[in-house]
Ligand binder design. Sequence first.
Ligand code: IDP
Ligand code: MG
Length: 136
Amino acid sequence: MTQRTLVLIKPDAVRRGLVGNVLSRFEAKGLTIVAMEHRHIDAAQAEAHYAEHVERDFYPPLRTFVTSGPLVALVLEGDEAIEVVRLVNGATDGRKAAPGTIRGDLSLSNRENLVHGSDSPESAEREIALWFPSLD
Ligand code: IDP
Ligand code: MG
């Protein structure tokens, strides 16, 4: 089933010059870029994106991190794209993520883990509308 999913290439990846590396993995996998934008978000956008996490202990430093510099937001499309992107990204904690995944190969952090991918069809729909409201 063809799906769309919202991906963020987070500020750590931009700072480290890894945007091309990350993007090339999604492209090589066969996913199609249907929207992409370089953005520097504020706290309100961080809170809207991470609405489910705002009460968590890790949220204040997460907000500081995701607003710390530019990121690249994109919508990817392909067969089972939501689950496929989560598999390509790897487990949340880069120290535990499997080698071969973006986080497993390139991150040693539970917070600065380079990428975001929507976790369900409902999340993808909400996040795509939030980041790319004019996309149909
Ligand atoms: P996910 O990005 O793999 O879906 P979530 O649990 O949704 O992981 O958490 C959102 C983001 O919050 C993570 O990608 C990471 O940047 C940060 N985060 C999650 N858990 C922790 C933690 O325990 N310590 C620090 N940062 C965390
Ligand atoms: Mg998540």
